[in-house]
Ligand binder design. Structure first.
Ligand code: HEC
Ligand code: HEC
Length: 396
């Protein structure tokens, strides 16, 4: 764009200079001619001067004219292909400038409509939310985690994200934004938001590091609970390393606990975990027995209304209960395949007839990761991490 602008400016300048030179020459000639004596125009008149004869006209002058035509033809023949060669780059620039324009409009809508809950640049945040019972009566006021959006395009297809934006997540603070769901945003504004989301997706290494940090935080909790006396930082970290080293072995008695840490991973406000969609109340604090009990003590109507009756991991919220997931998938490998790719609208999985597209893909949704168009797509969980979380789920 800058290049185009400066080219136009250069062309404009050159034209202006040519016009100015022309004006100067015109003035000069008029000035000179005006000074001629009266009557001198008789000698000066062009039609009174003898012009070239036929012999010269048909040789020297004709050759000269033909020569110049050849030169200008050659010029055109050279410039046209050169211009044409630049055309793809020009088109690409034009398309790119539109992407950038959409991106900055999306960023503006994001600032206005989303950052209050999902945090600046999609890093995740919390939303105050009022829970009501089936009669619409007040039950509790909770702080609901809004997941980071910096990996959402790696876990969902864009059409699925569009669906979430259009219709929101009923029963959660995420409202419907698109006109189809009764929200205020047009189809184009929703699209611009998705173009903006493309620009904030994290690469594979950053995601892997965040996932690992979340799992590590959980492992640290396990280690410090087992040995509450130890306070030395290095000692604790060493014990965490040791615990993780053995728990990741499928033969370890702690393997299922390791899977549970992945299931409950709260890094990026739960974006990489499963519990926010499969464990009731996890998003607003029902993260273990103790936390759930104190939540219910604070808001007794949670239990009375049946919204949150206790810590029941994997019994279903956005996604279904995983209590009998073994009958859904005949083998752990099939289940792992499903966790890797997620569900798609109308496509069967396990022995289910059709998915809704609501289950994200945690492996890789496409074979080629990295940059597709302008979007970075990353794997969230490694095959080993998926195997561990599947083992945990099948034990629920
Ligand atoms: C009032 C708070 C709030 C606002 C405003 C809000 N969201 Fe959300 N959003 C949430 C919460 C909470 C969730 C998680 C819902 C759940 O737990 O099922 C969510 C979920 C999502 C998801 C699904 C993410 C996933 O991984 O499951 C997307 C995408 C999303 N929001 C995008 C947006 C965009 C884009 C905007 C702005 C147009 C927006 N949200 C505005 C609270 C909000
Ligand atoms: C954004 C919400 C969400 C998250 C996060 C999520 N799931 Fe799901 N999950 C779903 C939905 C929705 C379904 C139902 C599939 C459908 O409707 O297409 C489902 C289905 C499943 C099923 C099949 C259960 C059945 O009986 O049909 C398994 C297994 C599963 N999820 C495992 C996981 C694991 C493992 C994770 C974490 C790594 C996870 N889910 C994270 C929403 C989620």
């Amino acid at each position: 764009m800058i290049l185009a602008a400066s080219t136009q400016r250069t062309v404009g300048l050159v034209l202006a200079v040519i016009v100015m030179v022309g004006v100067v020459i015109y003035l000069l000639f008029n000035f000179r001619i005006a000074k001629r004596e009266v009557g001198s125009e008789i000698e000066l008149a062009a039609n009174r001067r003898q012009y070239a004869d036929d012999a010269e006209l048909e040789t020297r002058i004709l050759d000269k004219a033909l020569g110049w035509s050849l030169v200008s033809l050659a010029g055109i023949a050279l410039v046209l292909p050169l211009y044409w060669l630049m055309e793809p780059a020009r088109q690409e620039n034009a398309a790119y400038s539109w992407v950038k324009r959409f991106e900055s409009r999306g960023a503006k809508s994001y600032e206005e409509a989303c950052s209050g809950c999902h945090g600046p640049n999609g890093v995740g945040g919390v939303a105050a939310f009022t829970l009501a019972n089936s009669e619409g009566q007040f039950v509790a006021q909770v702080q609901w985690k809004a997941p980071a959006l910096t990996s959402v395009l790696s876990r969902f297809d864009e059409s699925e994200v569009e669906h979430i934006l259009n219709y929101g997540r009923p029963g959660s603070p995420m409202p419907a934004w698109g006109l189809p769901g009764g929200g205020p945003l047009t189809e184009q504004q929703v699209h611009q938001l998705i173009v903006y989301l493309r620009s904030i997706q994290l690469d594979s290494e950053t995601i892997a590091a965040e996932v690992a940090a979340g799992v590590r935080a959980g492992a640290r909790r396990i280690v410090t609970e087992a040995d509450p006396v130890s306070v030395d930082h290095d000692e604790i970290e060493a014990a965490v390393d040791e615990w993780l080293a053995q728990a990741t072995d499928p033969a370890s008695p702690d393997y299922s606990d390791y899977g549970e840490l992945i299931f409950n991973n709260s890094a990026a406000q739960g974006a990489y975990g499963c519990a926010r969609c499969h464990t009731p109340g996890f998003s607003y604090g029902a993260t273990d027995d103790e936390a759930t009990a104190s939540l219910i003590a604070e808001w007794p109507r949670l239990a009375e209304s049946g919204i949150l009756t206790g810590y029941r991991p994997g019994t279903g919220h956005v996604g279904p209960s995983l209590a009998s997931v073994g009958t859904r998938f005949s083998t752990a490998d099939r289940q792992a395949d499903f966790v890797r790719s997620g569900s798609a609208v109308g496509v069967g999985y396990g022995n289910a007839r059709a998915g809704t597209g609501g289950m994200p893909g945690f492996g890789s949704r496409t074979e080629d990761l990295d940059v597709i168009g302008t979007t970075v797509r990353s794997r969230i969980l490694t095959p080993e991490q998926i195997a561990a979380v599947v083992a945990y789920e099948r034990g629920l």
